[in-house]
Design a protein around this ligand. Structure first.
Ligand SMILES: Nc1ncnc2c1ncn2[C@@H]1O[C@H](COP(=O)(O)OP(=O)(O)OP(=O)(O)O)[C@@H](O)[C@H]1O
Length: 277
């Protein structure tokens, strides 16, 4: 596995470089979450709703260490609800969530975070008056042991170091996204889920955010990325799922599908069309 200090200057170029695997395991200081198996996020048959509206209808997938699974779909497809449900921020109607083999399904959100699951929400939700360093330090509240520190984050994302004392609210969108990713890393996670990575960002800022993500992937973390930009998803994903109305409409490796197929699936057409009808 790459150590964060090895990451400086790496990770540029092709999004789809061979995945590196490693042996990260969830493990708090008391060893509560030490378990066997690879660092994976394994989600089976997740169901969630908002009142009568079923927002996730039995979604299953597995993301391994050092891999990026992209979740795409139009507005209202259920992506945010799915991420919030996996994180423990939204009530689950059914299904199982395992982190590196540890069943976290019955844990509240803060325990899932302690087990190594991190969510970077849409809009990033930094504290705008607090400095970059202070925002990063908040990410360490899971008390997990691991290689990430503020200095390791600055080594991996050198553009953040000069902003150390800047209030987060003064940063550009891309810089804020990098801080949000850094804050997630500070919890030494097994898996990071990111909602709407590029929403509202300039093309340059999106590129900055994806540079950061490639470095995180290369550090052996499992990434689940919600991305509405299908071209970007096609370019960067190790695997893709397209959702529509809470259902999986298409699952593919990027080299085995097309932009047209992704668009069609996000409109509700595709191999599961009969099921969704
Ligand atoms: N708090 C809520 N109360 C009621 N319904 C909700 C709530 N949040 C989401 N929904 C509904 O649940 C469905 C799934 O929404 P969700 O936000 O999960 O989709 P999404 O794919 O993330 O879309 P977006 O990209 O717009 O965030 C939609 O029909 C939405 O209107």
């Amino acid at each position: 596995m790459l150590h964060p200090h090895d990451l400086h200057g790496r990770g540029r170029g092709d999004c789809r470089r061979p995945a590196r695997r490693c042996d990260r395991r969830p493990g708090g200081p008391d060893g509560l979450f030490r378990g066997g198996g690879m660092s994976t996020l394994d989600v089976r048959d997740i169901r969630a709703s908002h009142g009568q509206l079923v927002a996730a209808q039995g979604i299953s997938f597995r993301v391994e260490a050092g891999r990026m699974l992209f979740l795409a779909g139009a507005n209202g497809a259920g992506k945010t609800t799915l991420l919030r449900t996996i994180a423990g921020d939204h009530r689950q109607d059914g299904g199982t969530i395992r982190l590196s083999g540890v069943n976290v399904t019955d844990m509240p959100a803060h325990m899932r975070a302690r087990a190594g699951l991190s969510l970077v929400p849409e809009g990033r939700r930094l504290f705008p008056q607090m400095t970059v360093r202070e925002n990063l330090q908040l990410g360490a509240s899971t008390s997990r042991e691991g290689p990430w520190s503020v200095e390791a984050i600055y080594d991996a994302f050198p553009n953040l170091e000069k902003l150390d004392r800047s209030p987060a609210g003064k940063l550009s969108g891309g810089e804020q996204q990098a801080v949000a990713i850094g804050r997630a890393l500070m919890g030494d996670p097994v898996a990071i889920m990111l909602d709407e990575v590029s929403l509202g960002l300039s093309p340059a800022a999106v590129e900055l955010a994806y540079q950061a993500l490639r470095k995180v992937r290369d550090a052996g973390i499992a990434l689940l990325v919600v991305e509405q930009d299908l071209t970007r998803a096609l370019a960067c994903a190790d695997e893709l799922i397209v959702m529509c109305e809470g259902r999986e409409m298409l699952r593919s490796l990027p080299g085995e599908t097309t932009l047209d197929a992704l668009v069609s699936a996000s409109l509700g057409h595709g191999k599961n069309e009969e099921v969704a009808a």
